[in-house]
Design a protein around this ligand. Structure first.
Ligand code: JFZ
Length: 465
C-alpha cells in the first residue's frame, strides 16, 4: 500500500495502555525546562540508523527468573504472559527474590543461541538485561539482585552472548525495563498489582541515578547497538525523564539506537508515537501486531511472540506456523519495518525446540530469498492481491521489485500494476529462472509456472525503469 496517505494508522488507540496508565503519586518531577536532545542532521541520522534499517530481522530474548515458575505458581496456572507472573500472581518481593537461589542455567550455550539466530537470517539480538521484576542478567555494581551475586550459576550471562554476537557478526542489543517491581524506591500500584508502580515520595532521583548507573554499566561492559526500553508507562515517569535518559545514553555511545519506549510518546500496542508533538526515541514499537501500513519517514519495529508469551511458560503450546512467521516477516518488510521475533528460553538455558524448528524453517526460506528482505524499501503499491512487494534501487538507476506471491495465480499470469514503471526483466529469485512478460494497458503480466515453486512465498523479481 502507498505509505503516503496512511497517516490513519496513527489514529488507532491502544486501549490496553490507556488503562495501564493510571494516576501516579505526586512525586513526579514537575520541572518544566525542556532538555535539548543531541543535535543531528538527517544525513547523520541516516548513517546512525543504517545497519538497523538494512537488518530487517532480529531475535528478541526474554529470559529471567520467571522462567523457573514457567507460568505456574503454587500449583496454579497463572493466566497472562510468563514474565509478568510476579505481578499476575501478586507474589511478595521477598518470596519472588528466592527464585534467584534456584537459577542455574547450566545448559546455557550462547554460541548455540547466536548460531540459531544467525541461521534464521536474523541480524541482531535484543536480550532482557533487566525486566519488570528487577532481576539483572548482568554483573551490576548497583545491586546484588543479579545473576552474578544472587544465583548459584554466578556468572554474567550477557558478556558471553555479546562476545558471541561479535564473533558471528550479529549486533548485540539490550532491553531495559524502567518500571521495577523490586527496587525499593518503587512500590506496588495497588493492593493486588505491582503494575503500574508508584514512586515512593522523594525517591525518584535515587531511582533515576540507579538506572543511569546500570545503563552505563551495560554500555561499558557489553557495548549494545540498541537500547530497547520498556515499562515507561507508570505515571511517575515523564517525557522529560525520557529525554534525560535518552540524552545520557547517547552521550555514552553517540551511535546507539534507542526505541520510543524511552519516553512517553507511544500509543499503546499500536506502538507509533502520538501526533501531538515531538517525542523522544528513534523508532516506533508496535507490539504483537503488524500495522496496516508503514509511515513515510518513520522507523519502526514490530515485536512479536511465536506462541502467546514472551517469557517461558511450560504449557503454552500455541505456536504460530512457520508459514505465518515467514509471511509476517515479508508483510513487515513490505511496509518498511523490522521484525523482532521472540524466544523465551527455559530456566536451564535452552531455547524451546518448537522455536528452534521454526527458526530453522525461516532460515531455509531466507537463504534463498533473503535478498528480497534485507536493505529493501516498502512496497510502491497500494494493493497487491497476490501477496506483498518490497523494492530496492539498483546501481544502474533501475528499481528491482520483489513480488512475494502468497496466492499463486491460477491462470499462470502474475499481474503487476504498470505504475511500477517500465519492465526490463523478470525472473524467479530461486534459481534465477527467467520469465517472460507482456504489457496490458493497466498491468504487466508475468508468465509464471503452473504451480507455486514455494507455497509459503515465491519471490518473483521484476526490474523496472
Ligand atoms: C511489554 C512488557 O510488559 C512485556 O513483558 C514484554 O516485555 C513486551 C515486549 O513489552 O509489553 C506490554 C507493555 C504494556 C502493556 C502490555 C504489554 N500494557 O500497558 O498493557
Amino acid at each position: 500500500m502507498s505509505p503516503r496517505r496512511m497517516i490513519l494508522a496513527t489514529l488507532l488507540v491502544g486501549l490496553v495502555m490507556t488503562t495501564a496508565v493510571s494516576k501516579g503519586d505526586q512525586t513526579a518531577d514537575r520541572s518544566t525546562k525542556v532538555r535539548s536532545l543531541p543535535k543531528e542532521t538527517k544525513a547523520q541520522r541516516d548513517a546512525r540508523m543504517r545497519w538497523w534499517r538494512e537488518a530487517r530481522f532480529g531475535m528478541f530474548i526474554h529470559w529471567g527468573l520467571y522462567a523457573i515458575p514457567a507460568g505456574t505458581w503454587k500449583g496454579k496456572q497463572i493466566p497472562g504472559i510468563g514474565e509478568w507472573i510476579m505481578d499476575r500472581a501478586n507474589i511478595p518481593v521477598e518470596e519472588y527474590e528466592k527464585l534467584a537461589a534456584q537459577f542455574n542455567p547450566i545448559k546455557y550455550n550462547p554460541a548455540e543461541w547466536v548460531r540459531i539466530a544467525k541461521n534464521a537470517g536474523m541480524k541482531y539480538i535484543v536480550i532482557t538485561s533487566k525486566h519488570h521484576d528487577g532481576f539483572c542478567l548482568f554483573d551490576s555494581k548497583a545491586t546484588t539482585y543479579d545473576v552474578v551475586d544472587a544465583t548459584p550459576y554466578g556468572k554474567d550471562l550477557l558478556k558471553p552472548l555479546s562476545e558471541e554476537c561479535r564473533k558471528q557478526g550479529l549486533k548485540f542489543c539490550t532491553y531495559y525495563s524502567i518500571m521495577d517491581w523490586h527496587h525499593p524506591a518503587q512500590m506496588r500500584g495497588s493492593e493486588k498489582r505491582y503494575n503500574p508502580t508508584k514512586m515512593r515520595p522523594g525517591r525518584k532521583r535515587e531511582y533515576m541515578d540507579y538506572m543511569k548507573q546500570q545503563l552505563r554499566e551495560i554500555i561499558e561492559q557489553y557495548d549494545p547497538a540498541v537500547l530497547w526500553f520498556d515499562g515507561e508507562w507508570p505515571a511517575w515517569y515523564t517525557e522529560e525523564d525520557g529525554r534525560e535518559i535518552y540524552t545520557y545514553v547517547r552521550s555514552l555511545k553517540p551511535s546507539i539506537i534507542i526505541n520510543n519506549r524511552v519516553g512517553k510518546g507511544r500509543k499503546g500496542m499500536e506502538g507509533f508515537n502520538k501526533g501531538d508533538r515531538q517525542y523522544v526515541g528513534d523508532f516506533g514499537t508496535p507490539e504483537q501486531r503488524i500495522p496496516p501500513t508503514g509511515l513515510p519517514g518513520v522507523d519502526w519495529e514490530s515485536c512479536m511472540t511465536m506462541n502467546r508469551t514472551w517469557g517461558y511458560k511450560s504449557y503454552d503450546h500455541d505456536w504460530k506456523s512457520a508459514e505465518t512467521l515467514i509471511r509476517n516477516l515479508i508483510d513487515i518488510a513490505s511496509k518498511g519495518g523490522n521484525y523482532l521475533l521472540n524466544v523465551g528460553p527455559t530456566a536451564e538455558g535452552l531455547i524451546p525446540q518448537p522455536s528452534v524448528e521454526r527458526l530453522a524453517r525461516i532460515g531455509q526460506w531466507m537463504k534463498t530469498n533473503g535478498e528480497s528482505i534485507y536493505a529493501t524499501q516498502a512496497s510502491p503499491f497500494e494493493k497487491t492481491p497476490w501477496g506483498r512487494c518490497t523494492q530496492k534501487k539498483l546501481a544502474n538507476g533501475n528499481r528491482r521489485l520483489y513480488l512475494h506471491v502468497f496466492h499463486w495465480p491460477n491462470d499462470g499470469k502474475l499481474r503487476v500494476p504498470t505504475s511500477a514503471g517500465n519492465p526490463q526483466a523478470a525472473f524467479l529469485l530461486a534459481g534465477k529462472k527467467p520469465l517472460t512478460f507482456e504489457r496490458q494497458d493497466d498491468a504487466v503480466l508475468i508468465s509464471v509456472p503452473p504451480s507455486a515453486p514455494d507455497p509459503v512465498a515465491t519471490v518473483v523479481v521484476l526490474d523496472v525503469k
